[in-house]
Write a protein that binds this ligand. Structure first.
Ligand SMILES: [Zn+2]
Length: 274
């Protein structure tokens, strides 16, 4: 459960063979993430055990921080790794060696940590948990006349191609941001600028001034740059994950907003005849 990112043991005990209540909720969390019954238990030959084994065979991706219990039974070479950011690709993994109580702590994942990572300063965890509610059947409302996709179509296609990003994803983000977000038009103090709702002050280190972002091409270019940076941090991200992070960098779960981006990307409402 620790290796799969669902379980952090008590800091002074570390990983042991004795199940605790945190482990119980970790198992439930794991079960929910795969749509299994959240019983919190694992039995021989059940679906949970099969799912755990299937997950553990997959090569582990990304990075973690090595943690130890900080007592004098910790092996010297494990104590030396305490606090180190390590790739799952490098062995040993915490907990692998005989009687090892060390564990893997996920990289920090606050909006600030992720922002810094996107700007090339430090590392952060960009993984999101699956949303537990089925969202795609929810009705949503768009003020279609406000869509800024068509008027920017050539720029979007141009700049997406140059960045190697699917232009339909950018169109879907712009469609949702402009038909459902009112940000700069109605809430001038929010300071996010259409069509991609970039917050000039927050993202000034990307190298675009507020004046730049008021130019559609530079605005779209900056938005695509952000999407690309998110993909670089999380190369296996789904459309839902990228769109959630674009909308809310501090998100811990895939959110409601993205159910729309995924759907809009499929339906392409900007192609509709007026
Ligand atoms: Zn250890």
């Amino acid at each position: 459960m620790n290796r799969l990112g669902h379980y952090i043991p008590p800091k002074d005990i570390g990983i042991t063979d004795i199940p605790d209540s945190v482990l119980l909720s970790a198992i439930k969390d794991f079960q929910k993430s795969l749509g299994l019954d959240a019983t919190g238990t694992i039995n021989p030959d059940d679906k949970t055990l099969a799912a755990i084994n299937a997950e553990l065979i997959k090569p582990q991706k990304g990075y973690y921080v090595w943690r130890t219990v900080h007592d004098n039974h910790v092996r010297a070479d494990h104590a030396a790794k305490d606090g180190m950011t390590r790739a799952w690709a490098n062995s040993p993994d915490p907990g692998d060696d005989f009687n090892c109580r060390c564990w893997a702590e996920p990289l920090p994942n606050s909006a600030e940590d992720r922002k810094n990572a996107l700007l090339g300063k430090g590392m952060a965890d960009f993984k999101l948990k699956r949303d537990l509610q089925p969202l795609n059947d929810k009705p949503w409302y768009a003020i279609e006349t406000k869509s800024e996709v068509n008027e920017n179509r050539l720029i979007i296609e141009d700049e997406s191609k140059a960045a190697g990003i699917n232009p339909d994803l950018i169109k879907a983000i712009i469609y949702v941001e402009t038909t459902q977000g009112y940000y700069d038009e109605y809430y001038p103090l929010n300071k996010s600028i259409r069509p991609m709702n970039i917050q000039a002050e927050y993202w000034k280190e990307l190298g675009y001034s507020r004046k730049d972002l008021e130019t559609p091409r530079l605005n779209i270019k900056a938005g695509i740059d952000l999407v690309k940076r998110i993909y670089l941090q999380n190369p296996h991200a789904s459309v839902s994950e990228v769109a959630t992070l674009y909308n809310d960098l501090g998100a811990k779960r895939i959110n409601d907003y993205v159910a729309r981006v995924g759907r809009v990307m499929k339906e392409k409402p900007w192609l509709k005849k007026k």
